[in-house]
Design a protein around this ligand. Sequence first.
Ligand code: MG
Length: 163
Amino acid sequence: MDLARIGFGSDLHRLEKGTGLRLGGVTIPCDLKTLAWSDGDVLLHAIVDAILGALGEGDIGELFPDTAKENAGRDSVEFLSEAMERAYRAGYRVGNLDATVHLERPKLSPFKDVIRRRLRELLATDAIAVKAKTAEGLGPIGEGKAIAAEAVILLVRWKREEG
Ligand code: MG
């Protein structure tokens, strides 16, 4: 078993008129929502892919297909719990997270701390970085048609090597 494994994940969803965005397991009140099969939490989806990537276990779409009825409207926190469970069983915990959300609006600054707090809880570590960037009006993100997220996760071994 390796001492540490690194993983990267990214995600993008279309935006449409709505009553709030789910981001990092938190609801951001605004006049938008993501177009998605689940709750469309791009940040959690990127984090789940980063964990699965570090474990070498495929991607979120393989684990939770968007054709499966049980995943419709599903809280992405449940996807993250499954990924965390797999990491734990493989002998790893989260060392740290470094994530960036790309969106034009709403401004995330009033919500960053609550998102970080939620992620500290969900990932069981204090080493959480969440950043936000606009796209300067350029491309689908800049035009407010999409939201994206990228995440890098370091998994560190918690379990002693057996034998
Ligand atoms: Mg997604």
